[in-house]
Design a protein around this ligand. Structure first.
Ligand SMILES: Cc1cc2nc3c(=O)[nH]c(=O)nc-3n(C[C@H](O)[C@H](O)[C@H](O)COP(=O)(O)O)c2cc1C
Length: 140
């Protein structure tokens, strides 16, 4: 069973979460610019909120790599808005890719809000979430 971690990050918050997940799963976290060379049963996909949406690079990653994605697990952060999960789920479905029911979301620093987030505790929570997900999804 193969696991991959991909993310898009403008200011480094999603990158921190991705690296914590990668470390927990013993997998190198890479940006969405790195295509999937092989099929992965589970792709942890870091997608945060920019002007209310995921960055187009994230949805492009899904479209370009659909045949190599078994299931997407979404993680990310936002200033105030909820997760990009619905947008990612919809983009994935449009490419016949499944999305896990659960996702990880935390606060992200934005203007004067949420200074220092995601912080170390957020990273630990993201890592715990990822470890639980691979058990739930039956990836060993
Ligand atoms: C250009 C830009 C636009 C953003 N737009 C929103 C937004 O519409 N709603 C929101 O809740 N947060 C918004 N944010 C906050 C980000 O979702 C938050 O800072 C997140 O942690 C960014 O992740 P990153 O550090 O990996 O880029 C925006 C941030 C940036 C830089």
């Amino acid at each position: 069973m193969r696991i991959e971690v991909r993310y898009y990050s403008k200011n480094g918050g999603t990158k921190k979460l991705a690296e914590a997940i990668g470390k927990a799963l013993d997998t190198e976290a890479k940006t969405v610019d790195a295509k999937l060379e092989k099929y992965a049963d589970v792709v942890f996909l870091g997608s945060s909120v920019y002007k209310g949406k995921p960055d187009p690079a994230v949805t492009k990653f899904i479209a370009d790599n659909a045949k190599n994605i078994g299931k997407i697990v979404v993680f990310g952060s936002a200033g105030t808005k909820k997760s990009t999960y619905p947008a990612i789920k919809s983009a994935a479905a449009g490419n016949a890719v499944k999305t896990a029911e659960m996702f990880f979301q935390c606060k992200g620093e934005f203007l004067f809000l949420n200074k220092g987030r995601p912080n170390d505790q957020d990273c630990r929570d993201a890592a715990d979430f990822a470890k639980k997900q691979i058990k739930i999804l039956g990836v060993t």
